[in-house]
Design a protein around this ligand. Structure first.
Ligand code: NAP
Length: 484
């Protein structure tokens, strides 16, 4: 299979926070990979902007170091790195000050696509937006990219939206949720809406339940102070898991266009019922190793912030009436493993007397590791001995199905940045989606805060608290294994 790389149009991309962790780890290596793939035109320019007093040469050296640190050696041929570094420039700018802006304005070219990546704290967004306009850097066709966290509740998300919309039109604002940039997440839409096979079964008549798992093996190490202010609900569920749920549950959009897709996702969020406190389990990891338990890694030894959450959610509409969506995410679990599993119902009547086991088709969309999908189907166990049934996976791993091309699949950041340049907002969250997600999340957080609920504990390396297992056991179901 030959992959097709369509170059984007010439662009100037300014990265505010161009010296920060996200820029060094994701944005710049991602741009380099697109440059290598021939998607980023050599005439395009990337301008780093931050307070540090660097010149163009100094910034190029910094970026060279970042590429060395975050890309394997064989993924950065010297001649390509040299050519990529030539596209880089730098301007020292304090978002809160006036210095540097005119220099930036002069560096920007008039007839190319212009994008500004706000890879800085959200408290600086307003100042950046104002100055971009004040110094004639931003016009009606430019784009801005903003990162999570997009607020910490409905009120702050509304305020942030207002700040951005005071200066930019919604069609200029690209709110990144990198989960949406994953190849398999988009494949979920391709599988659902590009085949006749699944969509007729994609409803309460045939689906028993849905499980969405995002499990991490790392803890909050080093980020305890930040994480403890948010917790798994704000950090993962309100954004990433919610987006996965929306793509799984949404109605077919009339077209694969940004607003048609986002309208359907919004309807899902609005159809979510409030969650009963008995359907939520929050946990904190413990560890036999000194200093490795959650409460030892955050500032407040009495913290009630959750590092794990599992919940049962109801999507109240015709398609999903009575089908539970079970979500779970947590840190320091058995393995790094993320997937969406559509668990279909059993056959209405088994004709195989000898078979006592329960068989169900499960469609699994694996987000990490080994992005791909598998569909478990029931077949006859080979050999003599009667009609015994066994479940086997029809596996489609991208690496196997697409061969070497799978290695060229852009990672989420690469794809999303190219989408910004192409002006395609399909994989970005719209302001009303973010607000609707917070409107659903806020009362849940308020509920456990007011009740003074304390998270239960779970052991590092486990699959989460026992209570989370019970959430499904009590209904005769079980979580899928978190496989290392
Ligand atoms: P970081 O490592 O602290 O970097 C912050 C960047 O902003 C630096 O380049 C810093 O450079 C610059 N900066 C700070 N104050 C500034 C000011 N007044 N004017 C201009 N530039 C200023 O942060 P980060 O981890 O890269 O995160 C950036 C944003 O992405 C945050 O909103 C974060 O929540 C979000 N995010 C990060 C990650 C991640 O993995 N890192 C993941 C998801 C979302 P100077 O000090 O030289 O000014």
């Amino acid at each position: 299979m030959v992959s097709r790389v369509i170059p984007v149009d010439d662009f100037d991309l300014v990265i505010f926070g161009g010296t920060g962790d996200l820029a060094r780890r994701k944005i710049l290596p991602g741009l380099f990979r697109r440059f290598m793939a021939g998607q980023m035109p050599a005439s395009s320019r990337i301008i780093g902007a931050a307070r540090s007093e660097l010149d163009q040469d100094g910034y190029q050296k910094e970026v060279a170091k970042a590429l060395e640190e975050f890309l394997p050696k064989d993924a950065r041929p010297k001649d390509q790195v040299t050519a990529f570094l030539e596209t880089l420039d730098y301007v020292a700018i304090d978002a809160m000050g006036e210095g540097g802006w005119d220099t930036l304005s002069k560096k920007l070219r008039p007839d190319v696509i212009r994008a500004f990546y706000f890879s800085v704290a959200p408290s600086l967004f307003g100042a950046l937006a104002e100055r971009l306009h004040g110094h004639a850097c931003a016009g009606p066709s430019c784009r801005i990219v903003v990162e999570k966290p997009f607020g910490r509740d409905l009120a702050s998300a509304k305020e942030l939206n207002k700040t951005l919309r005071d200066h930019f039109d919604e069609r200029q604002i690209y709110r990144i949720d990198h989960y949406l940039g994953k190849e398999t997440v988009q494949n979920l839409m391709a599988v659902r809406f590009g085949n006749v096979l699944f969509e007729p079964l994609w409803n309460a008549q045939h689906v028993d339940h849905v499980q969405i798992t995002v499990s991490e093996s790392v803890g909050v190490d080093g980020r305890g102070a930040y994480y403890d202010k948010s917790g798994a609900m704000r950090d993962m569920v309100q954004n990433h898991l919610m987006q996965l749920l929306c793509l799984t549950a949404m109605e077919p959009p009339s077209r694969f266009d940004p607003d048609a897709v986002r309208d359907e996702k919004l309807k899902v969020i609005r159809a979510l019922d409030p969650v009963d406190p008995d359907d939520i389990v929050r946990g904190q990891y413990t560890s036999p190793e000194k200093g490795k338990g959650y409460l030892e890694q955050v500032e407040d030894p009495n913290s009630r912030t959750e590092s794990f959450i599992a919940m049962k959610i109801a999507v109240s509409n015709w398609r999903w009436a009575g089908v539970p969506f079970y979500l779970r995410t947590g840190k320091r679990l058995k393995a790094r493993n993320s997937e969406i599993a559509i668990v279909f119902k059993e056959v209405p009547h088994s004709i195989f007397d000898q078979d006592e086991a329960r068989h169900r088709n499960v469609l699994t969309i694996r987000l990490q590791p080994n992005e791909g999908m598998d569909l478990s189907v029931t077949i006859k166990e080979p050999g003599p001995g009667g009609m015994r049934l066994v479940d086997v996976p029809l596996d489609m791993s991208f690496a196997e199905a697409l061969g070497p091309d799978a290695e060229d699949v852009p990672d989420a950041y690469e794809r999303l940045i190219m989408d910004v340049i192409r002006g395609n907002q399909t994989l970005f969250m719209r302001g009303d989606e973010v607000e609707a997600a917070w409107a659903w999340t806020d009362p849940l957080i308020k509920g456990w805060t007011e009740r003074g609920d304390r998270p239960v504990t779970y052991e590092t390396g486990s699959t989460g608290p026992e209570e989370a297992a019970m959430l499904l056991h009590r209904e005769g179901r079980r979580w899928r294994e978190i496989k290392p």
